[in-house]
Ligand binder design. Structure first.
Ligand SMILES: C[S@@+](CC[C@H](N)C(=O)[O-])C[C@H]1O[C@@H](n2cnc3c(N)ncnc32)[C@H](O)[C@@H]1O
Length: 219
């Protein structure tokens, strides 16, 4: 029997000491972008944006949408923030009006959001947790699928990609066993309109084959 995801959620993670510019970005720029409540209009959510390239491409291509972008890794948050403001402008430079950041576990945010509040969910190259005993840490998990379904509007899309064979098989198993989303077979080529990501580039460089899923919320 698959255990539920651990109660312990992931908070901010740091791999090494921050440089002064990074400290400033987190202290001065991040608070200006931090999610503080649902805006009017369509809202999309990206889980684990990494360096933020995919999120920035989305907000540029879809000015009518507000994207809430989640990342727990501080170096990732800093990459995103550094791409948005020049050195010296951390507290003052203009910021995109349709981006909000969530610097904590995306699952906690999902729990806090109202039902049917999201029009799209992105999960690009999630951490694979390939060992079977870590399966409960994978974002694609029956409990999280149900939570995500409740936060998405009927007809909303959940887009996901992974290059990890264990995760690919896992997604097929979990999504094949649920009835909240239509879950057709994944594409082997990134669909038009999907921005590339850093981890996708790493996958290609290592000779791995990503799969791209589009799940549609039923109901
Ligand atoms: C393998 S990386 C992929 C990054 C990016 N999406 C890409 O494709 O380049 C996965 C990222 O998800 C973040 N992450 C994992 N679990 C998360 C969670 N529950 N909430 C927010 N971010 C999470 C990690 O910190 C990591 O940066």
């Amino acid at each position: 029997m698959l255990k539920p995801p651990p109660d312990r959620l992931y908070g901010r993670q740091r791999s090494h000491a921050l440089r002064p510019r990074q400290e400033k970005l987190l202290a001065e720029t991040l608070p200006r972008l931090r999610f503080g409540g649902l805006p009017a209009g369509p809202v999309w959510l990206e889980v684990g944006f990494g360096g933020g390239e995919h999120a920035r491409a989305l907000i540029a291509a879809h000015p009518e949408v507000t994207l809430i972008a989640c990342e727990v890794f501080e170096q990732g948050l800093c990459s995103m923030l550094a791409a948005l403001v020049p050195e010296g402008g951390e507290a003052t430079a203009p910021l995109p009006g349709n981006l909000r950041l969530w610097d904590d576990d995306a699952r906690a945010l999902l729990r806090d959001l109202p039902e049917r509040s999201l029009e799209r969910l992105y999960l690009m190259f999630p951490d694979p947790w390939p060992k079977a005993r870590h399966a409960k840490r994978r974002f694609v998990h029956p409990d999280i699928v149900a939570l995500a379904a409740s936060r998405l509007k009927p007809g909303a899309e959940w887009r996901a990609a992974s290059d990890d064979p264990t995760y690919q098989a896992w997604v097929a198993e979990v999504m094949g066993a649920q009835s909240l989303f239509a879950a057709p077979r994944p594409a082997a080529v990134r669909p038009d309109g999907w921005p590339p990501t850093r981890y996708e580039a790493k996958a290609f460089a290592a000779g791995r084959q990503p799969l791209y899923w589009t799940f549609t919320r039923l109901g």
